[in-house]
Design a binder for this molecule. Structure first.
Ligand code: SF4
Length: 232
């Protein structure tokens, strides 16, 4: 590097230091590369709290650098029912909780209509950081994040999972089928029964799909009741 270039850089750094002080000065200039590895030992976490503590600053995929908040999941840690969506949206990214916007309110109503409260289920997403502009998570992002969801499922041990939307269904079931084909059936997965329906955000955009969702969730409730009654 020639002397003139070095001087320019030193001048620019001095200007920044004067303007922003030491903290921003260091943060802007010496930007560390994010650590793209899985946090050590997260697979062995003995509780949801421990898992959260291990993974909440994850930078395994690029979504870690664009998120505002990491959205772990929320609900009853002993839930019989897990509800799994695609990923955080703008409201969720700001509040750090899944399904808190308009789609979240609709999810609450859907659950209520089949006699579940939000508090008795556990709600999570396929990816825990918001894809910019609410785009669909990319395959490598889903692959990077899904081991965390699998770990949550193994800790909560739900008996039933309701998947919301094609991305959640394909991400979990690893089936490249259409939503129409995936709906209306149950699938065995990690000792649970999974059913698939529309994502509430899709229902807000296409109210005509609500009838199909209603049929799906009634079937889900029936599966839940049948299995519960069998065990009595
Ligand atoms: S989306 Fe998942 S894998 Fe990617 S940074 Fe966030 S927590 Fe990590």
């Amino acid at each position: 590097m020639n002397r003139e270039k070095s001087k320019k850089i030193i001048d620019a750094l001095s200007d920044q230091k004067e303007l922003f002080g030491d903290e921003l000065f260091a943060g802007k200039i010496i930007k560390e590369k994010p650590d793209r590895r899985f946090p050590d030992g997260f697979e062995k976490a003995a509780s949801l709290e421990k898992l959260y503590a291990m993974i909440n600053d994850c930078q395994k995929c690029v979504l870690g650098s664009t998120r505002n908040q990491f959205v772990f999941g929320k609900g009853n840690p002993d839930a019989d029912v897990m509800v799994i969506g695609e990923g955080p949206g703008a409201d969720e990214d700001l509040q750090g909780e899944p399904f808190v916007g308009r789609a979240g309110q609709l999810l609450t109503d859907i659950l209520k209509a089949i006699n579940f409260s939000r508090e008795e289920v556990y709600i999570a997403n396929i990816v825990k950081c918001r894809p910019p502009g609410n785009r669909t998570p990319l395959a490598p992002e889903m692959e990077a994040c899904i081991p965390y969801l699998h770990k949550q499922i193994s800790l909560i041990k739900p008996k039933f999972i309701l998947c919301l939307g094609l991305t959640a269904a394909q991400g979990l079931l690893k089936k490249k089928e259409s939503l129409t084909n995936l709906r209306g059936k149950s699938y065995d997965f990690l000792n649970t029964k999974i059913m698939v329906t529309y994502h509430p955000a899709a229902l807000l955009r296409n109210p005509g799909w609500k009838r199909g969702c209603w049929e799906d969730v009634q079937l889900f409730r029936k599966m839940y009741d049948d299995l519960k009654n069998k065990k009595k």
